[in-house]
Design a protein around this ligand. Structure first.
Ligand code: SAM
Ligand code: SF4
Length: 473
């Protein structure tokens, strides 16, 4: 049974005491920590908390593994390929530990919530000192302190494993080290209740629970006051925000409240499950000037039969109706999606339905994946007769379609001027700055680097599948 577990302020305060102990313990010389992140924005957001804790513990941050005294790897379990990369990279740290026996290696994130992974890390990766699940990020200093105490002891006595199934954790007032002073992730909820049959996320991140509106809004106000120009509200399905709370605030209400915070900034959000995307959401987006005209609306498939087998709770027609409704409120809507190719039992005719959906909707950009079986999910035990090679052929056809449509949609920007947020440098002397339109399209610009962090007008002169090119005006 799901239980919401709010972490009390005293428990967070206790973590700060562990930070002080660690700071004392490493005060002999400068110590450095590296946090390596795989997977989605939720993981990026958790890694910001890990970096915040590590800085509070007295570490400097580094991106050089050779300089690091502490390495945390924040893993993703959504597809097998990412898991294999993690095992390879964790194994390679054996060389770093041989050179620096004091190195502490921690592996966290969604992979560690799977029993098989936990066992493999424990039994086959002696280099690992600490394994911690996503539910344990709030008490990372305590776990790191324990790992430091046990460091150097032989076998499993020398390591800390903290990745039990634990639903419902909601923790506030955690430190956070954000990458840039321009763009910020703002996590509004955690976990997922949807149980799409292919997906491991609900099994590793637990049931859906929302942060309280007052806490989200306080953080949004701080970000606006600190000068952030681009704030992305994050959740596995933001459209069901507020479920289980008694505040009476749904996602459109929350969006409107963030929009009403004074300041010049853009508000984005992801991900929207199509089954919960309502007219109220689109109306709110149309009425609120700071909200980006962008929806990431994962279709997953264009076949109603496959969608049912995926447990998505909408069919092709309902999805198309939702897109039409969104575009009726937001004529300049930027629409992006996720598609899975080769779900177990998908036929070529059903794949063709996905292709035709893509041609009909004409997405601005797509994230396409070949189905990856995940142990413990219902789809992993469904018959899957189509070969990997055939799925690859389908995938390539889909990609060709996706790229052609993106290029055509980008070409429509040429000759027009857009307000963009300049967010960094490209390294390309011809177009030295990178920027985003309000709808989130990437723009390469030539202009003064003093514009980084500012909104400016950009005249679009050229385009490709991946980006727009322009001049500041
Ligand atoms: N919560 C979001 C949603 O509902 O769309 C997305 C979360 S998931 C981490 C991101 C994407 O990964 C999904 O939209 C899906 O396309 C893809 N994905 C999830 N499980 C997968 C699997 N087993 N094989 C291939 N792709 C998968
Ligand atoms: Fe996975 Fe579906 Fe939840 Fe998204 S909505 S995280 S795809 S189970």
């Amino acid at each position: 049974m799901y239980e919401r577990k709010e972490i009390a302020p005293e428990q967070i305060e206790a973590q700060r005491q562990f930070c002080e102990r660690i700071k004392d313990a490493i005060s002999d010389r400068p110590h450095f920590a590296l946090v390596d992140t795989y997977g989605c924005q939720q993981n990026e957001s958790d890694s910001e908390i890990l970096r915040g804790w590590l800085m509070d513990c007295g570490y400097g941050l580094t991106t050089d593994p050779a300089q690091a005294d502490m390495i945390a790897i924040n893993t993703c379990a959504v597809r097998e390929h990412a898991e294999q990369r993690v095992f390879g990279n964790v194994g390679a740290l054996t060389h770093n530990k041989a050179k620096n026996p004091d190195l502490i290696v921690a592996v966290g994130g969604c992979m560690t919530q799977q029993e098989s992974v936990k066992t493999r890390l424990r039994d086959s990766f002696r280099v690992v000192d600490l394994v911690f699940g996503p539910h344990e990020v709030w008490r990372f200093p305590e776990l790191l302190w324990q790992a430091m105490q046990r460091h150097g002891r032989r076998g499993n006595k020398g390591r800390v494993i903290a990745a039990e199934p634990s639903d419902g954790v909601v923790a506030e007032s955690l430190p956070r080290q954000r990458d840039s002073g321009i763009k910020a992730w703002l996590s509004i909820m955690n976990g997922c209740d949807n149980f799409c049959t292919y997906c491991i996320v609900p099994h590793v991140r637990g049931r859906e629970r929302s942060r309280r509106p007052a806490d989200v809004l306080a953080e949004a106000r701080q970000l606006a006051a600190a000068g952030y120009k681009d704030i992305t509200l994050l959740g596995q399905n933001v459209n069901s925000y507020g479920k289980g709370l008694d505040d009476g605030v749904d996602f459109p209400d929350l969006l409107r409240a963030v929009n009403d915070i004074p300041g010049d900034f853009v508000v984005r959000f992801m991900t929207s499950h199509p089954k919960d995307a309502t007219e109220k959401l689109f109306r709110t987006m149309a009425e609120c000037g700071k909200i980006a005209p962008h929806i990431h609306l994962p279709a997953q498939s264009g076949s109603s039969r496959v969608l049912k087998a995926m447990n998505r709770h909408y069919d092709r027609e309902k999805y198309l109706d939702t897109v039409a409704m969104a575009r009726s409120y937001l004529p300049d809507l930027v629409l992006t999606t996720d598609i899975i190719v080769g779900f177990p039992g998908e036929t070529e005719a059903e794949f063709e339905e996905t292709l035709s959906l893509v041609e009909q909707v004409r997405y601005d950009a797509m994230f396409t994946f070949i189905y990856s079986p995940r142990t413990g999910t219902p789809a992993a035990s469904m018959p899957d007769p189509v070969s990997r090679a055939e799925k690859q052929v389908w995938f390539d056809r889909l990609l060709e379609s996706a790229n052609r449509i993106s290029a055509e949609k980008h070409a429509e920007y040429v000759g027009k001027t857009f307000r963009v947020l300049v967010d960094g440098e490209t390294g390309d002397p011809a177009h030295n700055l990178s920027a985003r339109t309000k709808g989130g399209r990437l723009v390469h610009l030539s202009g003064d680097r003093a514009l980084i962090g500012q909104f400016t007008d950009a005249a679009i002169t050229d385009s490709s599948t991946w980006a727009l090119f322009g001049e500041t005006v």
